[in-house]
Design a binder for this molecule. Structure first.
Ligand code: AP5
Ligand code: MG
Length: 211
């Protein structure tokens, strides 16, 4: 069964995805990571989307869909889609153009949006391996150094600056309801309380995905 992670910016999708990869053998694809990688490479696509991401708006559906198609391989029957779909058009495209007959279930990371600003502004990421930290809730053991790969390249995402975070949360509020309804209608929506500490959220997801 494949998983579709739905949730506001900062709700913990990437953090939990990396735990499911390590502990339960899932593969993970994040459209945000794919887009940031294009920007890092300086590709034509990266240059096109850089300002959109910095502004906190969504990138054009067809661009993201093509990028996702080129970067997912469903031969592992346990895939996590993180950050896709963001709107109802993407939800339908994921079913018809990528998953087709594969079964999937959505996990919604439910959380009071008020706490997200603080999570996002305090997030730091490793430029080399993508590990996710937080200056308040999950600081690296040695300040400024990645616990996983030892790199000193911890950085703040451009779109985690205070001025962009509010816009990202607004976009989320405007687009999420039809997506939740889409999975609810087919009885494939599982809601987790994402306000708890990371280990408890993981346990709740583990329960949801057990056969
Ligand atoms: P994307 O990279 O997908 O960002 P997002 O959805 O906004 O989500 P985040 O990555 O910010 O949060 P997360 O839920 O992964 O939280 P995390 O685990 O890191 O997208 C970025 C941009 O790309 C978009 O704005 C858009 O422009 C574009 N884009 C991407 N996909 C697109 C698409 N499909 N269509 C169009 N455009 C697209 O955790 C956050 C912080 O909280 C961390 O510091 C972490 O340590 C901490 N934390 C995590 N869990 C907990 C916990 N339980 N308790 C306390 N702290 C916690
Ligand atoms: Mg993420």
């Amino acid at each position: 069964m494949h998983l579709v992670f739905l949730g506001a910016p900062g709700s913990g999708k990437g953090t939990q995805a990396s735990l499911l990869v390590k502990e339960l053998g899932y593969s993970h694809v994040s459209t945000g990571d794919l887009l940031r990688n294009e920007i890092k490479k300086g590709s034509t696509l990266g240059n096109k989307v850089s300002d959109v991401i910095k502004s906190g708006k969504l990138v054009d559906d067809s661009l993201v869909l093509e990028l996702l198609k080129a970067n997912c391989d469903l031969s592992n029957n346990k895939y996590i889609f993180d950050g896709f779909p963001r709107n109802i058009e993407q939800a339908k495209a994921l079913e018809s153009e990528i998953l087709s007959s594969h079964f999937s279930r959505a996990i919604y990371f439910e959380l009071d949006l008020g706490v997200l600003k603080e999570r996002l502004i305090n997030r730091r990421m490793c430029k080399d391996c993508g590990d996710i930290y937080n200056l308040i809730s999950k600081s690296p053991s040695v300040p400024g150094k990645c616990d996983s790969c030892g790199s000193s390249n911890l950085y703040q995402r451009d779109d985690d600056k205070e001025e962009t975070v509010g816009k990202r949360l607004d976009v989320f509020k405007e687009t999420i309801d039809p997506v939740l309804e889409f999975y609810k209608e087919t009885d494939r929506l599982f809601v987790v309380d994402a306000s708890h500490e990371s280990a408890s959220v993981f346990k709740a997801i583990e329960k949801a995905v057990k056969p």
